[in-house]
Design a protein. Structure first.
Length: 158
């Protein structure tokens, strides 16, 4: 299992890369299939995804909501802009904490890498302040905890 690598570029970009043992087609499916998304994208231990809408087509809606089982919770809404099955997803998302954050433009690619997949997520935020605020939320830890759940969904499954 490979750890997530998060880097910043310029003032507006965040780039996340991570290697998976699962094939690109499987990692792609984990990013668009609502049933699979709900199984892995719960964030840090103790959180659960309580709502999952993923209409993976250009113009299709995205809505995810999470709860810590107590008073804590937040949601994300967005739209898919481009879909190239098993290769690339382009979408816009905004967090609701509870007020909506500025739009985050996200391009996710799934590349064959040896026997697995190299995932690259490139986020474009409107400005340096928005990017800094997003990074301060603990997003990196939540992403790593969630991504650690993808390979077990597929590896060893024929």
């Amino acid at each position: 299992m490979t750890k997530l690598v998060l880097t910043t570029e310029g003032e507006q970009h965040v780039v996340v890369t991570r290697h998976f043992a699962a094939a690109p087609a499987d990692v792609y499916r984990a990013h668009v299939d609502p049933e699979l998304i709900q199984r892995w994208m719960s964030g840090p231990e103790g959180w659960v995804m309580t709502e999952c809408v993923s209409d993976a087509r250009p113009g299709g809606k995205i809505k995810f909501a999470w709860s810590d089982g107590g008073e804590g919770g937040f949601s994300l809404t967005g739209e898919y802009h481009e879909i190239t099955p098993q290769q690339r997803i382009v979408h816009v998302e905004r967090m609701h904490l509870p007020d909506p954050t500025p739009d985050n433009h996200v391009e996710t690619t799934f590349a064959a890498d040896g026997v697995g997949t190299l995932l690259t997520v490139r986020m474009t935020l409107p400005d340096a302040e928005t990017r800094a605020a997003m990074l301060e939320t603990g997003m990196e830890q939540g992403m790593e905890a969630s991504y650690a759940r993808i390979d077990p969904l597929f590896v060893g499954v024929g």
